[in-house]
Design a protein around this ligand. Structure first.
Ligand code: KIV
Ligand code: NA
Length: 259
């Protein structure tokens, strides 16, 4: 049985940390799923890391569906969550329902993620949850608001911290099964995590969240721009570069293929 949102909330009670990563295609999803990752996010970061866009804003629903379908073909056990791209959900709860519905129906993913905890977005989350669509929230640094926020740490003043806490509480009350906390101070993330019954998944939010997520390209050393909070666990850019250089040499010297 694949991981469910209910499992995540049970694990929170038990103090079992949640392991989450992003995937962008069949091959990456299969690797993560076989490695026991609990939650696979088809993040709209794929706009930047896989498709070469400057920001996440240009990504379309059709592009996301294309990638999410590929990811789903590679997943057996993980909970698959798909980001709603910019302006596929902010217009109205009905727009969000239409697009989230397409994601669940056409890809087989079990949940969607959307950014923001302001009142209109909280109402949208209620609408989706009421229809039976599990929703993961996302507050703090929300990259779809890059032109307002930049990629700076959020919630640094007491007032800003209080606002983010209240957004997270409102998302829980609207029925979200969890909330991503991105690039906020660790003590604030700890407060939110203690206050909520639903799970917090941190990225650049310190060690006290119920789970952690990173963009897989960052972890594997495949990105051209790393956020300050990313940890590089492997330098695949280097490994791949060496393999290609060796292939290239062998082709040029007539050593590959062998007679
Ligand atoms: O798009 C993404 O990869 C994300 C995570 C980093 C939380 O939203
Ligand atoms: Na995202």
């Amino acid at each position: 049985m694949p991981v469910t949102p209910q499992d995540l909330n049970q694990w929170k009670q038990q103090g079992r940390r949640i392991v989450a990563l992003t995937a962008w295609d069949y091959a990456s999803a299969r690797l993560l799923d076989r490695s026991g990752v609990d939650l696979i996010l088809v993040g709209d970061s794929l706009a930047m890391v896989s498709l070469g866009y400057e920001t996440t804003l240009p990504l379309t629903l059709d592009e996301m569906l294309h990638h999410a379908k590929a990811v789903r073909r590679g997943v057996v056990n993980a909970l698959t969550v798909v980001d709603l791209p910019f302006l596929t959900y902010q217009e109205s709860p009905e727009q969000a329902l239409h697009c989230a519905g397409r994601i669940l129906k056409e890809t087989g993913a079990q949940a969607v993620k959307l950014e923001g905890g302001y009142p209109e977005m909280v109402a949208t989350v209620s609408r989706l949850v009421r229809v039976g669509i599990p929703v993961l929230g996302h507050v703090g640094l929300t990259p779809q608001s890059v032109h307002q926020l930049g990629y700076r740490k959020q919630g640094k003043t007491p007032e800003a911290g209080e606002r983010i806490l209240n957004e997270a509480i409102a998302l829980e009350e609207a029925g979200a099964f969890g909330v991503v906390l991105e690039h906020i101070p660790a003590p604030l993330a700890q407060r939110i995590t203690d206050r909520l019954a639903i799970v917090t998944i941190g990225i650049g939010a310190g060690p006290h969240c119920d789970g952690q997520i990173l963009v897989t390209h960052d972890l594997l050393g495949l990105s051209d721009r790393q956020p300050p909070f990313a940890k590089v666990y492997a330098n695949l850019q280097h490994t791949i570069g060496e393999a290609i250089a060796q292939y290239s040499t062998e082709v040029k010297e007539g050593r590959f293929p062998e007679a």
